[in-house]
Design a protein around this ligand. Structure first.
Ligand SMILES: N[C@@H](CCC(=O)N[C@@H](CS)C(=O)NCC(=O)O)C(=O)O
Length: 255
């Protein structure tokens, strides 16, 4: 059985889950708790040094540490799902790079807003700790987010420059979509999945899809861009309704 280690709230995990679900590949999902489960993840992935990031897909002969690798694996295992149609591989890869750029720029702003919001820091504390302790664990969450701020920093752009950069990237998405139902002419694909997942940093999808408390939802929102790119967010919301919990052959995916 495949095992996907991930962070439920992370766009990178969401695109790997969606790809596996669409390809009708079953897996056990394991929530990653940064710092807490890191040693155990290092041991099983045989990555004893260097940074660990999720999602990671494990299974017999499978040890894939990146959502793009996982999507390509899903494509190989289930070609009929047409996640990455062979003749459009380059376009899908380009869309994945665009998704990474949106996700990385947006994440810097999300982390910054979270660090300034005690209620969001409290929401970020794992359920593993009794609820009564959460208010007292806020300083711990703040330290964890400071580590993330350092880890995800962009040496090429100031925080203020991330917004115009995001605007430019979203315009590229709009251009590729060009009023069509999907990014590729041939139909729903991993290009849609990866871009849709990254739009989480512009305004989060309903929390029944990705669990975020109200304070965290506001930290994941770029109000300046959410309105300007309401067309992309509406496209994202309708794709969730039609494609998120359905395999390529139309079977329901049960969560
Ligand atoms: N390009 C990678 C990005 C993975 C990534 O950035 N993962 C973050 C989640 S948002 C992570 O593992 N964060 C935990 C940490 O840094 O400790 C992918 O798509 O798999």
């Amino acid at each position: 059985m495949l095992r996907l280690i991930g962070l439920s709230v992370s766009p990178a995990t969401e695109r790997a889950r969606w790809a596996l679900d669409h390809a009708a590949l079953t897996y056990h999902f394991e929530e990653y708790l940064p710092q807490i489960t890191t040693p155990w993840v290092r041991l099983r992935t045989r990555r004893l040094f260097g940074p660990i990031s999720v999602p990671i897909l494990l299974g017999p002969g499978v040890n894939l540490p990146d959502s793009w690798d996982i999507a390509q694996y899903a494509m190989r295992e289930q070609p009929a799902a047409r996640l990455i149609p062979r003749e459009q591989h380059n376009t899908v890869e380009k869309m994945n790079q665009l998704s990474e750029q949106i996700f990385y720029a947006g994440r810097i702003l999300t982390v910054k807003r979270t660090l300034a919001n005690d209620a969001a820091l409290q929401e970020a504390i794992p359920d593993l700790f009794p609820a009564a302790l959460h208010p007292r664990l806020v300083p711990l969450a703040r330290n964890a987010y400071r580590v993330l701020r350092k880890k995800y920093a962009d040496p090429r752009r100031s925080d203020a420059d991330q917004l115009p950069w995001l605007r430019e990237l979203l315009q590229q998405v709009r251009q590729q979509l060009n009023g069509k139902p999907f990014l590729l002419d041939s139909g729903f694909s991993y290009a849609d999945i990866t871009i849709i997942a990254a739009l989480q940093v512009i305004r989060p999808v309903q929390s029944r899809h990705i669990p975020l408390g109200p304070a965290s939802q506001s930290c994941w929102t770029c109000p300046e861009l959410a309105q300007e790119f309401a067309d992309l967010l509406a496209w994202r919301d309708s794709a969730y309704g039609e494609h998120r919990y359905r395999t390529f052959s139309g079977q329901a995916v049960l969560y």
